[in-house]
Design a protein. Sequence first.
Length: 445
Amino acid sequence: MQHTPLTDSLGNPVTLQDPASLPALNDFIEGFIACEARAVNVLNAAADASPIVQASCAALHLFAESADGPRNARPFIDRALARSSQATEREQRFVAAVAAWVQGDLPRAIALHEEQARLHPRDLASLKLGQYHLFNRGNSPGMLRIALQAVPAAADVPYLHGMLAFGWEQCHRLQEAEAAARHAIALRRKEPWAHHALAHVMLTQGRILEGTDFMASVSDTWTGLNSFMVTHNWWHQALFLLERDRHDDALALYDQQVWGVVKEYTQDQISAVSLLARLELAGVDVGPRWADVADYLQRQRLADQVLPFLDLQYLYGLARAGRAAAARTLLQNLQEHAATRTEAHERTVWQQVCVPAAHGLLAHAEGDWATAAAQLGTALPRLVEIGGSHAQRDLFHQIWLDALQRHGQWAAVQNLLQPQANAQPQSLRLARQAGAVNTALGLPR
């Protein structure tokens, strides 16, 4: 292999058989940390057998978050491993981390990404990948720790501050989260991950009107992004609109921005399920919209047990669309998958959190309020373990509250809902729901 003195756009030395591959590799690195669609351009360099190029191609396939991912990634990671000894020590560690991901060994992948952050803190693609795995395992302190490693060496990179902001926010350190997000945006106005982190902060703090205005003010920069980032930021805007009972506007965002960018993609699918469910819980008639989402879920997701956080939303989407047989098939597959897990964390999460939550969600969709209330009540205290953000997991809490209310457990609902309404004085949704509960209990509104 020809060793050429090349560096990537973050200054990390790279070993390339074909120096002409460097722009495609930089597109992967920059595109990944900036949430831009150009990350896929690394596939244009797939003929270059250099380990860092092949491992980047493998990672790209794994981001599909589907059962096909490891199968599609394996030829690339096998080529990377075959030539790994000819790469730098940093590149070798990145290859090993992606190989561990292909094999489903996330503890090893995370350990390698954490080591990389200590030894090569400007390898921000590795750092973001480590954050991604930690996020999917509900380890927000780990997300923050790995990002903090890079601050002395990479403070000039706006995307690092976006990663920090989300880590701080997921650790409920909202003041630090906002400061990091605003610093990222000051360095680069087009920093969609920082916009996203700030939306989380404002939603949590009940700054609904400010959040709506802020997201609208930066939405002109959401160009060239991957489908997850653009649909997810519009999803956040729809949440702000829902809190203000702006139902028509939220539905319009669903139709125009949230569903339909890449309908085959996992994250676009769960954003659609989540927003439709929230609209219905807020009392909105969503018409025939469930059917289109369910068509994709039924075709792609029945045997696609990759992340429990995803499966729960696939299941609910199928059940709400009236696809009872498909939903039960998914539940059966989910239970069988849970029973065969060997890694300790994964086994615990699938068996003790995901399975009861799945039974609760199916029961809710089918109108069995008692089972829904009981099973979701069992799962909710540990739901952080399935991954997803606080804002995303709030869907399951809303469904549980709805089940409790429909089961007639009004006192329990009042005890849970009123503190939320107190903490979110700008939320017309919560005020309306709390008012209805108080009326049902014979209390003043």
